[in-house]
Design a protein around this ligand. Structure first.
Ligand SMILES: C[S@@+](CC[C@H](N)C(=O)[O-])C[C@H]1O[C@@H](n2cnc3c(N)ncnc32)[C@H](O)[C@@H]1O
Length: 301
C-alpha cells in the first residue's frame, strides 16, 4: 500500500520522517522520492538482514536515509538521541516481511524445513523452539487461540506436548506435520498450520506488546500537522490501532455525565480514516498476502 502511505504522509522537502518498520525499504523509498531533494528518513527494523538489504537498495539516497536496528516501541528515545524529535510523519507497516517469510532458514514459514526460530531480532533469546518445547500446555493454547484465532488451539497444544515428550520438536516441518495431523480436514485456501505459525511468530516477537507500547503516546513523536499511518494485518492489531486513534481524538476522557472535566486530557489528533483503507483488488491479485491489510491514519493537532 505504498501509494496510500505517501498519499497520507504527503512527504515534502526539508522534512523528517520515521519508517518504524523499514523491511525491504519500499515505503522509505517512496518517501525519499517524494521528499526530494533533501527530505530525510530514519528507518528502524529489528531485523539486521532487512536493514542491510534496505540500505543497499536505497544507497543512492546517501545520508538522507539513516537506519538503526531497533524496536519502534523505543522510537521516542532514538529520535531524541539523534535530535530528530518530533518528526513530520511516521509509518508502521506491521508484522513480517515477504523477505522474512521466504528466507527458509529463519523458520517463519511452514513451507520447507528449518529450525524453529521466527525471531525478527536474532539478538533476543526467546525463539519458537523454546515456546514449542518448553511452554506449558495452557500457555501454548492461549497463544494459539489469542494470536492465531485457531479454533483447535486446545487439541494442537495437547498434541505438541504429547509429541515433545517422545522427542524434541526441532523443525518447522515437524511442527507443521503435528498440526496437520490434528486438523485432518484441509482448509481450501490455506495450509492447516497457517494460524499456528502466525500465533508463534506474534508471541516470539511480542508484536502486540510492542504495538501497545508505541500506541501509549505515539502521537507525541509528531510535529503539529505531522501524520501517522499504520498498516495492520490482523484483527487484534487493527483493534489496538482503532482504539488508540479514537482515544487520541477525544476531547475528554472523563466518564460520561461527569459535570466538570477532571481528566486533564485534550484532543491530540484528527482522524483521517473514519474506516480503514484496504488494498485495491489489483494489489491483492499481485500480492495475496496484502488481502488482510488495513490502513489507518491520524494527523497531530
Ligand atoms: C511488513 S514488513 C515492512 C515492509 C516495508 N514497509 C517495505 O516497504 O518493504 C515489517 C518489518 O517490520 C519489522 N518489525 C516488526 N516489528 C517491529 C518492531 N517492533 N520494531 C522494528 N521493526 C519491526 C520486521 O522485521 C519487518 O522487516
Amino acid at each position: 500500500m505504498a501509494r496510500e502511505v505517501v498519499e497520507f504522509l504527503r512527504p515534502e522537502p526539508r522534512k523528517r520522517y520515521l519508517d518504524g518498520t523499514l523491511g525491504g525499504g519500499g515505503h522509505a523509498e517512496q518517501i525519499l522520492i517524494r521528499s526530494s531533494p533533501d527530505g530525510q528518513v530514519l528507518g528502524l527494523d529489528l531485523d539486521e538482514e532487512a536493514l542491510a538489504s534496505a540500505r543497499q537498495r536505497l544507497t543512492g539516497f546517501g545520508d538522507r536515509l539513516a537506519t538503526r536496528q531497533a524496536n519502534f516501541a523505543a522510537a521516542g528515545t532514538i529520535l531524541a538521541e539523534i535530535g530528530w524529535w518530533p518528526v513530520d510523519g511516521i509509518v508502521l507497516d506491521l508484522g513480517v516481511s515477504s523477505y522474512q517469510l521466504e528466507s527458509r532458514e529463519r523458520g517463519f514459514s511452514f513451507r520447507g524445513t528449518a529450525t524453529l526460530d521466527m525471531r525478527m531480532d536474532r539478538r533476543q533469546s526467546l525463539d519458537a523452539y523454546q515456546i514449542v518445547n518448553t511452554f506449558p500446555v495452557s500457555e501454548l493454547e492461549r497463544i494459539l487461540r489469542e494470536y492465531g484465532e485457531e479454533p483447535q488451539a486446545r487439541r494442537i497444544a495437547l498434541a505438541i506436548v504429547s509429541e515433545r515428550k517422545a522427542q524434541i520438536i526441532q523443525t518447522t516441518e515437524a511442527l507443521a506435520a503435528i498440526v496437520a495431523r490434528v486438523k485432518r480436514r484441509r482448509e481450501r485456501d490455506h495450509h492447516p498450520a497457517t494460524q499456528t505459525f502466525q500465533a508463534l511468530r506474534i508471541a516470539v516477537n511480542q508484536e502486540l506488546e510492542n504495538l501497545q507500547r508505541f500506541l501509549q503516546n505515539g502521537y507525541e513523536l509528531l510535529e503539529s500537522r505531522g501524520r501517522l499511518v499504520i498498516i495492520s494485518f490482523h484483527s487484534l492489531e487493527d483493534r489496538l490501532v482503532k482504539t488508540a486513534f479514537r482515544k487520541w481524538q477525544r476531547e475528554c476522557l472523563c466518564p460520561p455525565r461527569t459535570p466538570v472535566c477532571r481528566c486533564g486530557w485534550s484532543r491530540k489528533v484528527k482522524l483521517l480514516t473514519a474506516r480503514p483503507i484496504c488494498p485495491s483488488p489489483g494489489e491483492v491479485a499481485a500480492n495475496p498476502r496484502a488481502r488482510s491489510a488495513k490502513l489507518r491514519a491520524v494527523e497531530r493537532l
